[in-house]
Ligand binder design. Structure first.
Ligand code: AMP
Length: 486
């Protein structure tokens, strides 16, 4: 008998079931429970889900199931056309999605290939030319392969636009539009996004046909199994505060060992990692200036425990698949409220509990208010003297979301060379004018996407160089963080 609490009731092929059993999946996550039946029926889906909710299997398993009818062991490439396409915003996310898809498909003859920029095209070309039913790709590199006739998308039946908000944020809309033109009109389209802005709704209206909305938590909400702490302090105290957190917030008040620390700029990323190393912490930095190899190596070290603290920028950290990361620290308050949702999505994944700590300074009030509005909560902001509340929200903040498109150039990853895809390309079409939303759902009022601080990242980073160590008020910092010792 099939049990609705396990994977057997979906009617998935035994080869897929065997693969996920091997991976230790026993109970579908909420997004999987909702998405799998809808995708199996062939409908379009707009999924509100962040990384860590199990969304990859939510779209990946039913995609593979639908393609099973075409599974064959023939050696002929012609018998393995691309039938499923998954578009991802970054190399890391593409890699991790592909890793999971390959595991799900491992017991079946279905072939899975991944292509992304920043690495040699040759092995990707060979994989595409051998034929593969599922391709996971970043948009620019996929277009390169299409132009070189290494693959054809004319038989794609299912396409997934994953992390759509980040795709838009990174300026991929023209590339996505070009790719969609290579796909058959008759197809199933799925779109996933952690946050909803007007732009996302417009894209959905263009991309999807009568989509079913699938959401497992309030839109733009943060997982409620994540404890969120906010500390207000002086800029010059932040590094000491971080060191204190790393020393004392681990199990039983001991050292923390697997921590992702977010900063807003590359320069800050490098500086902080160096400072942590000097203080005896095994830290590494991951940002857009690092090569793909360096990023993978840092990530590997982090996963296997040789690196205790990974300092990351938003773009570099996007899509890092680290299960049950216990603690995420926002060393800088993100400029964009949505980034907060993404950042803390690294912890409390797939039901595990997590802790996130954010350090804010007096100049972050508006950005923090934006995060509170987006995530519909009020932080208890702790200061050296205790809890400071309530704070006044700046009047100007209320309800005015800035178009995300305006912020494309704000910092790392917004340039083409930096976004983990292919290099500069000329003749990219200009952004197409989006059609009006066709589906009623998409024209309903939403919580606007709050973007607050219009401060340049590099300016901010330059201003955030800490004062020299002589000024470090270590005692004050440990008081701030609960009076923990040493
Ligand atoms: P995702 O949100 O798809 O990136 O998944 C986050 C992590 O949860 C990945 O490491 C998955 O392998 C894992 N995962 C996904 N679904 C399940 C499940 N039903 N049971 C246990 N782990 C899962």
């Amino acid at each position: 008998m099939s049990d609705p609490k396990d994977f057997t009731h979906f009617g998935l092929d035994p080869q897929l079931l065997a693969a996920i059993t091997e991976m230790g999946y026993t109970t579908p996550t909420p997004i999987q429970a909702k998405a799998i039946p809808v995708v199996l029926r062939g409908g379009d889906v707009m999924g509100a889900a962040q990384t860590g909710t199990g969304k990859t299997a939510g779209f990946g398993l039913p995609m593979l199931q639908r393609l099973m009818a075409h599974a064959n062991a023939s050696m002929s490439p012609a018998r393995h056309p691309v039938r499923g396409l998954i578009l991802e915003p970054t190399r890391e996310l593409a890699d991790q999605t592909a890793e999971n898809m390959k595991k799900y498909a491992s017991r079946s003859p279905l072939r899975v290939a991944v292509v992304y920029g920043g690495v040699d095209m040759k092995p990707q070309t060979e994989a595409l030319r051998r034929g593969c039913e599922v391709v996971i790709a970043t948009p620019g590199r996929l277009l390169d392969h299409i132009e070189q006739k290494n693959t054809s998308l004319s038989q794609v039946q299912i396409v997934v636009l994953d992390e759509a908000d980040r795709m838009l944020d990174m300026g991929f809309l023209p590339d996505i539009s070009r790719i969609l033109n290579f796909l058959p009109k008759e197809r199933q389209s799925l779109m996933f996004s952690a946050t909803f802005s007007e732009e996302i709704k417009k894209l959905a209206a263009n991309f999807l046909r009568s989509p079913q909305l699938i959401e497992t938590a309030a839109r733009n909400a943060t997982a409620d199994n994540v404890k969120q702490e906010v500390y207000k302090l002086h800029e010059s105290e932040k590094t000491d505060a971080l060191l204190e957190i790393l020393r004392t917030r681990g199990p039983d008040g001991g050292r923390l060992t697997q921590v992702l620390v977010f900063v807003n700029a590359k320069i800050e990323c490098r500086r902080l990692a160096r400072q942590l190393q000097k203080a005896g912490v095994n830290a590494d930095a991951i940002h857009g200036d690092k090569t793909q190899d360096e990023r993978m190596k840092a990530l590997e070290g982090f996963k296997n425990g040789t690196i205790e603290v990974l300092v990351a920028t938003d773009v570099a950290a996007r899509g890092l698949d680290i299960v049950e990361l216990p603690v995420v620290i926002n060393y800088d308050v993100p400029f964009q409220s949505e980034d907060y949702v993404h950042r803390i999505g690294r912890t409390g994944r797939a039901g595990a509990s997590g802790l996130t700590i954010m350090l804010m300074t007096g100049s972050d009030d508006r950005a923090v208010a934006g995060i509170e509005r987006l995530t519909k909560q009020q932080f208890e902001v702790r200061t050296l003297t205790g809890v400071e509340r309530p704070r006044q929200r700046p009047e100007r903040d209320r309800g005015e979301g800035r178009d995300r498109g305006e912020t494309r150039d704000r910092g790392e990853g917004r340039g083409r060379g930096d976004r983990g895809d292919r290099g500069a390309r000329s003749g990219a079409p200009s952004r197409p004018a989006p059609r009006q939303p066709a589906d009623d759902f998409f024209s309903k009022p939403y919580e606007p996407s709050a973007t607050d601080a219009a401060v340049s990242e590099e300016v901010k980073a330059a201003g955030s160089e800490p004062a020299e160590t002589a000024r470090r008020p270590a005692g004050r910092v440990s008081t701030l963080l609960g009076g923990r010792k040493k």
